[in-house]
Design a protein around this ligand. Structure first.
Ligand code: RP5
Length: 177
């Protein structure tokens, strides 16, 4: 596809393969939170700009060929009408995680609802709007891939322990003033 950033088939230090699709380059800045987090987990990904409405044929081609190309999880981020994640999910049996973008006049609420309120039979695992969702999409991906790849599972466990420790340290600091 258009914008391959990492090729985990060549970079042996990376495990798993995630397909990230964003509806527009205006989604990129927020979605860097997802790519950064995947890199921290050592997970390989590719990133493409594909729109359900502006490049519908490409959306079909991408989603229907993803599994055969070795993709294991798809993260789809879009604002506006946000049908990207649902359209992608309709063309693949891979798990699809949707990240609602805060790019419309409705501040992402439209994206959240349209991603989440999928009809029965075509799920999109929808995370929070914006930056938190972008990060959570990567963590959820790590949790899914962790079932297959023990090193990713170990990193998820370590990540959670560190998060707990950081909060405990902040609490300790607050209460020792
Ligand atoms: C959606 O519309 C994109 O995912 C983006 O969040 C939003 C606005 O896109 P641009 O008009 O900035 O390209 O398709």
């Amino acid at each position: 596809m258009d914008k391959k950033i990492l090729d985990p088939f060549r970079d042996k230090s990376l495990t798993g393969l995630v397909g990230i699709v964003i509806g527009s380059d205006s989604d990129l800045e927020i979605m860097k939170e997802a790519t950064k987090t995947l890199e921290e987990f050592g997970i390989g990904y590719e990133l493409n700009i594909i729109s359900a409405h502006r490049t519908p044929e490409k959306a079909h081609e991408y989603a229907s060929s993803a599994e055969d190309r070795g993709i294991e999880v798809i993260i789809a981020a879009a604002g506006g009408a946000a049908h990207l994640a649902g359209v992608i999910a309709s063309w693949t049996s891979l798990p699809v995680i949707g990240v609602p973008m805060q790019t419309s006049v409705l501040d992402g609420l439209d994206s959240l609802l349209s991603m989440m309120q999928m009809p029965s039979g075509v799920p999109v695992a929808t995370v929070a709007i914006g930056k938190a969702g972008a990060k959570n999409s990567a963590i959820l991906t790590a949790q899914i891939l962790g079932v297959k790849y023990p090193p990713i599972k170990a990193k998820v466990k370590k990540y959670k322990q560190e998060m707990t420790k950081a909060v405990e340290e902040k609490n300790k600091k607050l209460n020792t003033k």
